[in-house]
Design a protein around this ligand. Structure first.
Ligand SMILES: Cc1cc2nc3c(=O)[nH]c(=O)nc-3n(C[C@H](O)[C@H](O)[C@H](O)COP(=O)(O)OP(=O)(O)OC[C@H]3O[C@@H](n4cnc5c(N)ncnc54)[C@H](O)[C@@H]3O)c2cc1C
Length: 171
């Protein structure tokens, strides 16, 4: 039996994990390590941002899906990769840190035979002056890069609409 570990349960990681499990069956193990409990269809965040959809419409819980599919789900972030093992053995492993409420902060070493790194982009709004802070919230800008950003963007857009409806059109 081989163990495939997928780091990141986003668009590519989730796709890779579900197809791998389907093709490999019960003879091999598929483990997904990802910090969020919810999957997010990011392209539809724009509809949340403009108030046409709710966060619940663009997200779903990963745990029940993975349980049904026979995928080992770890709600955690990968913090280091050790392809050559360590002093006590040459088995490759990654270190993970749990983010779920029950195990928050607990660290673990997870060995693998095959590893997929699907951790996606690192959002860095603050690197561009004017684009806001780490959450993409600026004086004049909002983000729809995550479902929560999109919920915030929707509130801000609603405020603009409210202001536009008043007699004072300056905003
Ligand atoms: C508003 C918007 C609209 C878009 N529209 C389209 C579109 O119409 N068509 C299109 O093709 N693309 C679109 N994109 C781009 C598309 O969403 C991305 O290309 C895609 O999500 C990238 O997939 P990914 O799996 O690489 O990263 P992500 O989907 O971002 O997934 C990365 C995952 O890795 C997890 N992760 C991060 N760090 C760690 C770690 N240390 N350990 C474990 N897990 C970690 C993250 O939590 C996340 O779950 C859009 C993007 C945005 C923001």
């Amino acid at each position: 039996m081989a163990r495939l570990v997928v780091m990141g349960g986003g668009v590519s990681g989730h796709t890779a994990a579900t197809f791998a499990k389907k093709w490999l069956g019960s003879k091999h193990e598929v483990v997904v390590v990802t910090p969020n409990s919810l999957w997010n269809w990011i392209p539809s965040n724009i509809w949340v941002g403009v108030g046409e959809m709710k966060k619940e419409d663009v997200t779903f819980a990963l745990a029940p899906i993975y349980k049904k599919a026979g995928i080992d789900f770890r709600q955690a972030k990968a913090i280091s990769i050790h392809p050559e093992g360590n002093a006590s053995g040459d088995k490759p492993y990654i270190t993970i840190e749990y983010t779920s409420k029950e195990k928050e902060g607990q660290k673990e070493e997870l060995t693998y035979d095959y590893l997929i790194n699907a951790t996606g982009p690192k959002l860095n709004f603050a690197a561009t002056p004017g684009l806001g802070d780490a959450n993409g919230i600026g004086e004049h800008t909002v983000s729809v890069c995550t479902a929560d950003h999109a919920v915030h963007a929707s509130h801000e857009l609603h405020k603009v609409f409210q202001k536009a409806k008043t007699k004072n059109k300056k905003f």
